[in-house]
Design a protein around this ligand. Structure first.
Ligand code: KG4
Length: 339
């Protein structure tokens, strides 16, 4: 099959994004982020859905224009059906349904977590290398921390998951108590580059198997600040780089410890990372070094494809299109689901 043109739509949280992929090659990927949430220290669902409504049409229009594709050339529209914020998902889902009815083309529903995993299959050129199955994907974002065994584009098994907070939440919540803006992950990343990662020994979880836990680390971070602030009211300001570096190093060691176990248990020789936290410099370096030391293949996505984007939705939709795995019009978004 050739000349398959897929429009991808992503609206699960606070990014409105549209992308066009032809025969597996990315032609455009447009993302409108929402600044409106910054002053609230987190995403406000109602404001997010309203911003999606304002952004969706111009974002789709720009994606088509940049791709040099007329809407009548589209083969199908792929959209994120969940998990995510229901109001936000409804905007993308309704838009996809309306546009596809007008164009008389199928719609394809995409699981947001599958899309993050499949972001490694986005090619900008024919020669771009993509992972071979099976591979392990460390999916780390604001809402998830999972180790997934990927057997095929539609066959994924969760080997380990967080039992409380996600890695991104650990970054964001600790950053918040340091007085850093939301989302705090990128600020911790920047500060950590200047700090001593061994200065503060924060708590590490003792969870059996491949599951993660980050809530104990968060509490230990909070107590360290509380105790030291009693002695020095400027403790955070005077030590912010060391705090950030120690926090980041602890999160990375928790992530890598379970990833190493998963590699040993599964015998899989290819590792990929995905999700917002995979933009973190320390995480990227740790995975790359780990794979190099053990002779494993590492797939580290370009930073643009780590956070929410429609290119990953379009590529997931492309594979479903080949299988003629379309979505009915009475299907509705879902807030939660496992891989
Ligand atoms: O995948 P994503 O865009 O969406 C959600 O799951 O909501 O991930 C967002 C998460 C946030 O927690 C953010 O702080 C984190 O990814 N993040 C980072 C970095 N860039 C984004 N965490 C650490 N270092 C970064 N450079």
């Amino acid at each position: 099959m050739s000349n398959i043109v897929i429009l991808g739509l992503e609206s699960s949280c606070d990014d409105t994004s549209a992308a066009v992929i032809r025969d597996g090659i990315l032609l455009s990927n447009v993302i409108a982020s929402q600044d409106v949430h910054a002053e609230y220290g987190g995403v406000v669902p109602e404001l997010a859905s309203r911003a999606h409504q304002q952004n969706v049409l111009p974002v789709v229009d720009t994606a088509l224009r940049r791709a040099g594709i007329d809407k009548h050339q589209l083969s199908a529209i792929a959209f994120t059906r969940g998990p995510g914020l229901l109001g936000s998902l409804l905007v993308g889902t309704s838009f996809a349904k309306g546009m596809s009815l007008g164009l008389r083309i199928p719609i394809i529903d995409v699981n947001h977590l599958h899309a993050h995993v499949l972001s490694h299959f986005i090619r900008r050129e024919e020669s771009d290398v993509v992972p071979e199955y099976p591979f392990l994907c460390l999916l780390v974002s604001g809402g998830n921390s999972q180790i997934i065994l990927v057997k095929d584009y539609n066959k994924m098994e969760i080997l380990g998951r967080t039992i409380d907070d996600a890695a991104g939440e650990a970054f964001d919540k600790c950053a918040k108590v340091m007085g850093l803006p939301y989302p705090g992950g990128p600020h911790i990343d920047r500060l950590a580059a200047e700090g001593d990662p061994k200065r503060f020994p924060f708590a590490r979880p003792r969870i059996p198997g491949l599951d993660y836990s980050f809530s104990g680390l968060k509490t230990s971070f909070l107590y360290t600040l509380r105790d030291n602030l009693k002695e020095d009211p400027n403790f955070i300001e005077n030590n912010k780089a060391d705090l950030a570096a120690s926090l980041q190093a602890t999160i990375i060691s928790i992530l890598m410890d379970k990833l190493d176990k998963a590699v040993k248990q599964s015998g899989v020789r290819t590792i990929a990372i995905g999700g917002g936290v995979s933009a973190n410099s320390g995480v990227r370096n740790a995975v790359a070094e780990y794979c190099q030391r053990r002779g494993l293949k590492a797939f580290i996505p370009p930073r643009l494809f780590t956070t929410d984007n429609a290119a990953m939705v379009a590529i997931a939709g492309y594979y479903k299109y080949i299988d003629k795995d379309f979505c009915r019009y009475d299907e509705v978004p879902y807030a939660r689901v496992e891989v």
